[in-house]
Design a protein. Structure first.
Length: 135
């Protein structure tokens, strides 16, 4: 769901910050390591560089944009900007994206709480209606 996707995006940004800050990894090492995590690769957050050049992989990952989706915009900014500056610039960019991703997670949590309660209530109501219909 949207909340899990946003949390995965936030975790990926944090993991990337650590790889750049402490491990001094380059773009391809980052992509390779992120692709080893199921949390990221199964959600479609990671570029697939098997036989693709970086730009081709980026186009494949971002081929179905939803312009109104903040998670998609954060993901697009993440992959477009990664590797385009020195380590310090990348850390600043990732910090900015982390703030955006935190806000997105907060919004998704609020949506989940609001709509989750509604869907559970509707489910119970339909269950009762089905039970009455059977009787």
């Amino acid at each position: 769901n949207g909340l899990q996707y946003a949390e995965g995006l936030l975790n990926m940004i944090r993991k990337t910050q650590l790889m750049i800050s402490y491990e001094n990894k380059d773009l391809y090492e980052i992509v390779h390591e992120l692709s080893t995590y199921d949390e990221f690769s199964q959600k479609g957050l990671v570029l697939q560089l098997d036989e693709n050049e970086y730009e081709d992989a980026l186009c494949l990952l971002l081929r179905n944009p939803c312009e109104k989706d903040d998670a998609w915009r954060i993901l697009a900014d993440f992959w477009r900007e990664l590797g385009t500056s020195d380590s310090e610039g990348q850390i600043k960019m990732l910090s900015s994206l982390e703030v955006q991703a935190k806000k997105l997670v907060e919004v998704r949590v609020a949506e989940y709480e609001k709509y989750g309660k509604m869907y559970r209530s509707v489910g119970i109501l339909f269950g009762l209606m089905a039970g009455i219909a059977v009787i």
